[in-house]
Design a binder for this molecule. Structure first.
Ligand SMILES: *Cc1c(COP(=O)(O)O)cnc(C)c1O
Length: 226
C-alpha cells in the first residue's frame, strides 16, 4: 500500500474527535510530501535538527509537532514555527519555551508528558509532579505558553490489559485536571496518546490525538530513540 493509501485508510477509520499526527521522523521530504499531497498538514518529528531541516524545505502551511524529548538549549531553533510541543516534562523547560516564544512574539502550545509506562526508558512527569506544576504560581506568569493537554506513551508490551490501564490512568488525570479550577494558560483540550501499535486501544481509552508513524510511512530503517 502507498503512503497516501495508508494515510487515507487510517483517517477514514478514526473518529471525528481524534486528530492524526503523521510521524515523519527518519523519512525523507519526498516521502513526507506524498502524505502532504493528500491534504494532510499535521506532522510529527522527534529530533529538533531534523524538524528544522524539513521545515526549511517543505511547504510553510505544515503544522509541525515536536513529539520527542526536548532539550532546553534547542528550544530556540523550533520556537519560530513549532505548532505543538508534546513532550514537556519540567517547569524549567516551560520557562525556556516561554522566553523563546516571547522573542518570537508568539504563544506556543505545549502538552505535559506524563510517565505512565512500566519502563524506565520513557520521559515524563508523574501524576503528583503534573498536579504540582499545574497549580504553581510560576506557571501563571508564563504569558507566552499555553498548556493545552497531556501526552503519554504506554509500555511497549503485548499485554493489552496493561496498556489499557496505563491509558485509562492518563485519561483520568486529564479529566480530573479538566474538571478542576485550572489557572489561565491551562486548558485540557488534547490528550495525545497512541502510536501505530496501540492507537486503537488509546482511542478506546479516550485519546484525542494519535501519533502514527510506521503504519503510514512503513518501517523506519534506523533507530531513533529520544
Ligand atoms: C516514533 C514515535 C511515534 C510513532 O511511532 P510508530 O510506532 O512508528 O507509530 C509516536 N510517538 C513518539 C513520541 C515517537 O517517538
Amino acid at each position: 500500500m502507498s503512503i497516501a493509501e495508508n494515510l487515507n485508510g487510517l483517517k477514514a477509520e478514526l473518529p471525528d474527535h481524534v486528530e492524526l499526527i503523521a510521524v515523519s521522523k527518519t523519512h525523507p521530504a519526498e516521502k513526507v510530501m506524498e502524505a502532504y499531497d493528500t491534504g494532510h498538514r499535521h506532522f510529527g518529528e522527534n529530533k529538533v535538527q531534523e524538524m528544522v531541516a524539513k521545515s526549511e524545505t517543505m511547504p510553510s502551511d505544515i503544522r509541525w509537532h515536536l513529539i520527542g524529548h526536548l532539550q532546553r538549549n534547542k528550544v530556540k531553533y523550533i520556537a519560530p514555527f513549532v505548532h505543538l510541543i508534546h513532550g514537556v516534562d519540567s517547569l524549567k523547560l516551560l520557562k525556556e519555551i516561554n522566553k523563546r516564544a516571547k522573542q518570537n512574539e508568539r504563544v506556543i502550545d505545549c502538552l505535559i508528558q506524563v510517565f505512565i509506562a512500566k519502563e524506565d526508558t520513557k520521559f515524563g512527569m508523574d501524576e503528583k509532579e503534573v498536579r504540582t506544576l499545574i497549580a504553581s504560581t510560576e506557571l501563571q506568569e508564563l504569558e507566552h505558553i499555553r498548556v493545552v493537554g497531556l501526552m503519554g506513551m504506554a509500555t511497549n508490551t503485548d499485554n493489552t490489559d496493561q496498556i489499557k490501564s496505563e491509558f485509562k490512568g492518563l485519561k483520568q488525570l486529564f479529566e480530573d485536571i479538566k474538571a478542576s479550577d485550572t489557572p489561565k494558560h491551562v486548558e485540557m483540550n488534547h490528550l495525545s496518546m497512541g502510536m501505530s501499535g496501540d492507537y486503537k486501544l488509546a482511542i478506546e481509552c479516550g485519546s484525542t490525538m494519535v501519533r502514527v508513524g510506521s503504519a503510514i510511512f512503513g518501517a523506519r530503517n534506523y533507530p531513533t530513540n529520544g
